[in-house]
Design a protein around this ligand. Structure first.
Ligand SMILES: Nc1nc2c(ncn2[C@@H]2O[C@H](COP(=O)(O)OP(=O)(O)OP(=O)(O)O)[C@@H](O)[C@H]2O)c(=O)[nH]1
Length: 356
């Protein structure tokens, strides 16, 4: 399709551009912002697709999320989130642009023109935009760079409101949205695994389940009372750093408030999540914190599926945590095992919840 942007490129009416920017920056929700941004760009420029890639936090997982807006054959667009674990081209090209902070403009083997622009924040790439089209994209390059700059600034503001100020972990406000995103991704992965399962054996990760864990520092009041709040804060900060280093990049960590942390962890089964959590508990118990010395943590966890109410699962994990606190602290307990062994009172019913 020969597109109107040929006529518009370089002379896009300012009002259209401004309307587009105003449209995507009115969102306060990051997923909605991402969807709106790729759609706005796709509507402005005649492309077959616009992809927004967000950078992951480790070398093993260079991409955290991918949203693609594609032109439908019959007209209009479809916007969808796709699995960030994909490998090969074009992900490699996008990662290259993010690492070098250089735009990439090339033509693929099937003759598609491609433009990849890194999205920067404080001299590092937080993501990249990739446009694909039948014709050269050179003329729209500066406009796409402008979009990338506005998006980079705006996402930094939104990220700040999602993060806990002391630790930089996600805060409680962002819990529900992060959880829904993770469940959706898991659904996509298990659909992919089921389709692939016919031809090849599934890897353990393909069949992973999601668990919610609550970690609470033991006798934290004593730490504050003995050493003062500044050292208490230091313990919270160091623990958050140790959590980041210990858990996988795909696991999502929150500070819910005070000395209480929540984790969303993918694991093959209850035994696997128990091993991971207990390893962290042991690590903390063996570490000496500045001035304060040894600290222990108690952890309760529960399985979470897409049909569960988050409040119910939080309450289950909290019950397992309470059990740990009542039974000597410095331990890890799973709600399902405790209930199976008859060590907890009757299962939690909706409406009976008094969280934290
Ligand atoms: N330094 C510091 N202390 C905090 C913060 N938020 C909450 N606290 C303190 O954390 C303490 C939590 O105490 P409790 O809930 O009684 O629990 P605990 O002493 O950890 O005892 P157990 O949980 O039963 O092992 C309180 O003294 C709070 O004032 C914070 O951001 N920084």
């Amino acid at each position: 399709m020969k597109a109107p942007w040929h006529a518009l490129a370089g002379t896009l009416p300012e009002s259209r551009l401004l309307a587009s920017v105003a449209e995507f920056t009115h969102h306060r929700d990051i997923d909605a912002l991402d969807h709106s941004m790729v759609l706005s760009l796709a509507e402005l420029v005649a492309v077959s697709s616009v992809t927004l890639c967000k950078r992951g936090e480790s070398l093993q997982h260079p991409v955290d999320s991918i949203v693609v807006c594609s032109r439908k054959p019959g007209g209009g667009f479809v916007v969808e989130a796709i699995d960030p674990g994909r490998e090969g081209d074009p992900i490699d090209t996008i990662v290259c642009a993010m690492e070098t902070l250089e735009a990439i403009s090339d033509v693929t083997e099937d003759g598609t023109s491609r433009l990849v622009i890194p999205i920067q924040r404080e001299h590092a790439a937080i993501g990249a935009l990739m446009l694909e089209a039948e014709d050269s994209l050179d003329e729209v390059r500066s406009m796409v760079e402008g979009f990338a700059r506005i998006y980079g600034n705006y996402i930094a503001l939104l990220n700040e409101s999602e993060r806990d100020k002391l630790t930089g972990l996600y805060n409680r406000r962002s819990f529900e949205q992060r959880l829904q995103r993770l469940l959706k991704l898991q659904r996509q992965r298990s659909r992919g695994a089921t389709a692939a399962g016919k031809e090849q054996r599934q890897s353990p990760d393909d069949v992973s389940q999601l668990f919610l864990a609550i970690l609470d520092i033991d006798h934290f009041k004593r730490i504050n009372d003995t050493y003062g709040h500044v050292y208490g804060d230091e313990v919270i900060l160091m623990l958050a750093q140790q959590m980041r280093a210990s858990f996988r990049q795909g696991d999502v960590l929150f500070r819910f408030g005070g000395e209480e942390f929540v984790m969303l962890i993918a694991a093959r089964d209850e035994e696997a999540v128990h091993v991971v959590l207990d390893r962290f508990r042991r690590f903390v118990a063996g570490h000496a914190y500045p001035q304060v010395g040894h600290v222990t943590v108690s952890i309760g966890y529960a399985r979470i599926t897409e049909n569960d109410y988050p409040e119910i699962v939080l309450d289950r994990a909290d019950k397992a945590l309470y059990f740990a606190k009542q039974n000597g602290r410095d331990s890890v307990h799973g709600y399902e095992s405790l209930t199976a062994r008859g060590e907890l009172a009757s299962p939690v019913a909706l409406g009976s919840i008094d969280l934290f």
